[in-house]
Every structure is written in structure tokens, then in C-alpha cells.
Design a binder for this molecule. Structure first.
Ligand code: HEC
Length: 91
């Protein structure tokens, strides 16, 4: 019984860990798809500096804002992208 409780605790997401995971997912998507236009650091691309863009800005952009192509990402992926852009801003 005690062993089971430990296993369950290990599987529970710790907030800090969850953030790191979102950031990693965001990095993966960004480097694969967005960096081609927005640059590796999101600071020098076609649309200028988009580091630190908030969720509503990212969501609007992904729907095909102006010259942006349309993308179909899940809420989780969009939150991950925002987390990654926020991390870039701090770097
Ligand atoms: C084919 C090139 C291209 C790709 C790929 C691309 N973008 Fe963009 N993006 C643009 C252009 C061009 C603009 C500027 C739109 C404008 O203001 O006319 C832009 C603007 C933005 C903006 C700013 C919107 C605003 O309100 O100022 C954000 C945020 C953004 N893109 C996020 C992303 C993310 C996240 C991805 C990857 C999933 C991505 N973009 C992929 C071309 C691209």
C-alpha cells in the first residue's frame, strides 16, 4: 500500500515540472514550424520581435492573421507556444 502511494505521488504533475514540459513542447513546435519565418529566437523574424506574445495574440495569429498562414493547434499546444515565447523573452 505504501509503495503504491509513492508511485502515485511520482506520477502527479508538479507545477514547475508541468511548466518545463509546456515550454519544451512549445520549443519543439516553434523550431519545427515557426522559426522558418520568425527566426530561431523569435526576435528577428518576418514579423519582428514576437517574444512574450500572449495567448490571445498567438491564437489570433494562428487563425491566419494578415500574412500569417493558418495553423490548427490544440489549446495545449498554443499554451505551450506562449510558454516558450515567454521563456525566450526572459533569455
Ligand atoms: C510562412 C511564414 C510564417 C510562419 C511559418 C509563421 N508565421 Fe507568424 N507571422 C508571419 C507574418 C508574415 C506575420 C505578420 C503578420 C502581419 O502583421 O501582417 C506573423 C505574425 C505573427 C505573430 C504576431 C501577431 C500580431 O498580432 O502581431 C505571432 C504571435 C506569430 N506570428 C506566431 C507564430 C507562431 C507561433 C508560428 C508557428 C506555429 C508562426 N507564427 C508561424 C509569418 C509566419
Amino acid at each position: 500500500m505504501r509503495k503504491l502511494a509513492c508511485a502515485v505521488l511520482l506520477l502527479c504533475p508538479v507545477p514547475a515540472l508541468a511548466d518545463a514540459t509546456a515550454e519544451d513542447l512549445g520549443r519543439e513546435i516553434f523550431q519545427d514550424i515557426c522559426a522558418a519565418c520568425h527566426g530561431e529566437t523569435a526576435a528577428t523574424g518576418i514579423a519582428g520581435d514576437i517574444r512574450g506574445a500572449d495567448l490571445s495574440t498567438v491564437t489570433r495569429a494562428l487563425r491566419g492573421f494578415e500574412a500569417m498562414p493558418t495553423f490548427d493547434f490544440t489549446d495545449e499546444e498554443q499554451v505551450a507556444l506562449v510558454a516558450y515565447l515567454a521563456a525566450l523573452e526572459g533569455s
